[in-house]
Each structure stands twice: as C-alpha cells, then as structure tokens.
Design a protein around this ligand. Structure first.
Ligand code: HEM
Ligand code: HEM
Length: 124
C-alpha cells in the first residue's frame, strides 16, 4: 500500500486508535454521552477511510490524479471537523462545526462517487 491509499489507511488507523481510547474511556466512566462521537470517529474515520484506502489500492489509477489528492485533503478536513463538531453539538455548545464538518464529509463522498464512476468507466 503506497501513495494515496497509504495516507488514507494512516488516517483510518489514527481514527480507530482514538475511537477505541474514547470507547474504553466511556466504558470505564459509565458515561456514554459521547457515544455518537465515538461512533462517527470509528465509522467515518476508520471504516470509511479504510474503504477509501482499499479502493485506491486495488484501483491504482484512481489515486494518480489531482482529484485523489483533493479527496484526501477534503476527507481529512471532514473527519477533523465533524468529530469534534459532534462533541460540541452533544454538549450543547455549538452545532456550527458539526454542520460544517458534515458538508465537508458529504463533499468528500461526492468526490469519491465521481472517482468511482470515472475509473469504472475507464476500465470498460
Ligand atoms: C476498544 C474498542 C471499543 C470500545 C471499548 C467501545 C465502547 C463503546 C461504548 C461504551 C459504547 C456506548 C454504548 C451505548 O451507549 O450503548 C459504544 C458505542 C458504539 N461503538 Fe464502540 N467501542 C469500541 C470500538 C468500536 C469500533 C471499532 C467501532 C466501529 C468500527 C465501534 C462502533 C460503535 C458504534 C457505532 C456505537 C454506537 C452504537 C449505538 O449508539 O447504538 N466501536 N462503543
Ligand atoms: C455527513 C456525514 C454524517 C452525518 C451528518 C451523520 C449524522 C448522524 C446523526 C445526526 C445521527 C443521530 C445521532 C443521535 O441520535 O444521537 C447519526 C447516527 C448514526 N450514524 Fe451518522 N452521520 C454521518 C455519517 C455516517 C456514516 C458514514 C456512518 C457509517 C459508516 C454513520 C453511522 C451512524 C450510526 C451507526 C449511527 C447510530 C449511532 C449513534 O447514534 O451514535 N453515520 N448520524
């Protein structure tokens, strides 16, 4: 695994490491208030980023252009805004960061949709 797929996998593993630490903290403290933070750190950060990594690994031409670099930047920005954003929303501080993070996360997935369609068509 190298290039874009490597960076997506690093992002994924950092996310699940933090997600597990938060999970253990919630379990020990018996305070599950931040469960949606933990859930999205693991499901957007770990599962989704790892799926991106695997796709770019098995379809290497998808990871070669500028769009893949933009995708990595947008996806990273999405994780690092939506996760603390959910925490701020749950603790009733502000919903602003979660809103921004969710839009960035959606844009990341739209970029991936374009990538999948483009590379799928090129292989026909
Ligand atoms: C060290 C590992 C982990 C620990 C100790 C842990 C712990 C927890 C705890 C205490 C909760 C709250 C449960 C509740 O309030 O009902 C939770 C919820 C959740 N966890 Fe984990 N977790 C771990 C790893 C993971 C991983 C790897 C994933 C996903 C790939 C994951 C996905 C979820 C989801 C989606 C929820 C929310 C479930 C719901 O709200 O119904 N967790 N976890
Ligand atoms: C733009 C991206 C996303 C947004 C804005 C979003 C938003 C939300 C919201 C508002 C909830 C309800 C939380 C609650 O009732 O406390 C939720 C729950 C959940 N979401 Fe997401 N989500 C997103 C992406 C995803 C993705 C990609 C996955 C899975 C791969 C996922 C899995 C879940 C699960 C399992 C729950 C229930 C667990 C829980 O309540 O903590 N979400 N999401």
């Amino acid at each position: 695994m190298k290039g874009i797929s490597f960076y997506f996998m690093v992002l994924a593993v950092i996310s699940v490491t933090c997600g597990m630490a938060l999970g253990i903290h919630m379990a020990i403290s018996h305070d599950h208030t931040l469960a949606p933070v933990h859930a999205h750190l693991n499901l957007i950060g770990w599962v989704t980023m790892a799926l991106f990594a695997i796709y770019y690994h098995i379809v290497p031409q998808a990871g070669q252009g500028l769009l893949a670099k933009i995708h990595l930047a947008v996806a990273t920005a999405g994780v690092v805004t939506i996760v603390p954003g959910i925490a701020l929303a749950i603790t009733k501080q502000t919903e602003g960061l979660a809103a921004i993070g969710s839009i960035i996360t959606l844009v990341s997935m739209v970029i991936f949709l374009i990538t999948v369609v483009k590379t799928g068509k090129a292989r026909d």
